[in-house]
Design a protein around this ligand. Structure first.
Ligand code: ZN
Length: 324
């Protein structure tokens, strides 16, 4: 055996070798000899041909080779896991993107609905003040409405929504106040003796005058309305008949309680058309004009009692006298 020392490091050095694959198959003996720390020299003896393969590789090349293989393995593993993660992320991102599209569409539709609702609320607030003006309730300034009223519910993440909800609650309270005021006015107007009881002319007004019979100066507690005998006398508001019949001095008369301390009194009638306990509506015929009782001529005496005291009927009548 001869050890070749003249070989270039890291290269296969072969002596003339015929039928190289056959020679490899016939390998019967091999030995490796480390000749130094820097080099790994392998001498392979091929028996049949009596030839040698001299393999000489520097140690650093082996270390480099091993390091290269390790590096390739590590890098490959990193690249693999990165690719898998990218693929997984891609799927997740796609799902998130689709969800985001859906959410964007929903947000856009909510924003449009909120805008419509805001416009509606603004119109409702305008209408609210118009109603208030029509029934003599104090108007509510815009800045007070915008502040609204507080609520116990948790705050919304959207400040605009909170403000809208406050305005809405405020508007609800305002509407309830308007409704109450309208009902009260309706009731008051329904029971307010606001019309003339008979068409005619006023011969004697409310106030102090000389009594036509005694000559003394007394309060004339009502209006004397002259009209032809038999002219229908109307209830001037809805109410409850508390008296229908003869009273000394007043002749045939009717008294109606309208609630709220207001009563009306119709006297000197020729006939009475209702009975005590009857309920009447404004405009119902309750009697006819006459001259019963202590009367100087055909007329209706019409008086109003407010909380038990005579008061001027002229202060309650809202309609013009059509005939005089
Ligand atoms: Zn009178």
């Amino acid at each position: 055996m001869k050890v070749g020392r003249d070989l270039l490091p890291g290269h296969w050095n072969t002596r003339p070798l015929d039928h190289w694959p056959t020679a490899l198959l016939d390998l019967r003996f091999a030995s490796a000899i480390v000749t130094s720390v820097e080099r790994l020299q392998v001498l392979v003896a091929l028996k049949r041909r009596n030839r040698f393969l001299n393999l000489s590789v520097p140690a650093y090349a082996i270390f480099l080779g091993i390091a290269g293989v390790v590096a390739v393995l590590v890098l490959g593993s990193l690249l693999g896991s990165f690719a898998v993660s990218r693929l997984t992320d891609h799927g997740r991102l796609g799902k998130l993107a689709r969800e985001n599209m859906t959410l964007k569409a929903q947000v856009a539709s909510y924003a449009a609905a909120m805008d419509t609702f805001r416009q509606f609320l603004a119109k409702a607030e305008q209408m609210d003040n118009k109603l208030r003006a029509s029934i003599n309730l104090p108007l509510i300034p815009g800045d007070i409405r915008l502040m609204g009223i507080g609520g116990s519910q948790p705050p919304s993440p959207e400040p605009g929504v909170d403000a809208m909800l406050r305005r809405l609650r405020f508007e609800q309270q305002s509407m309830a106040e308007i409704e109450g005021a309208v009902k009260e006015q309706e009731s008051r107007l329904k029971n307010m003796p606001s019309i003339w009881p008979v068409q005619g002319w006023v011969a004697s007004g409310y106030g102090y005058r000389r009594d036509p019979f005694t000559g003394a100066r007394n309060l004339h507690p009502g209006l004397d309305i002259v009209a032809p005998t038999g002219t229908p006398v109307s209830a001037t508001a809805a109410g409850h008949v508390t008296y229908a019949g003869w009273k000394s001095g007043w002749g045939r008369c009717v008294e109606i309680d309208h609630g709220g301390g207001i009563r009306t009194f119709y006297a000197h009638c020729r006939s009475v058309k209702v009975s005590t306990g009857d309920n009447v509506f404004r405009g119902d015929e309750i009697a006819t004009v006459g001259s019963s009782g202590r009367s100087t001529g055909t007329h209706l005496h019409y008086g109003i009692l407010a909380s038990g005291s005579w008061t001027n009927p002229g202060n309650y009548i809202l309609t013009q006298l059509s005939a005089n």
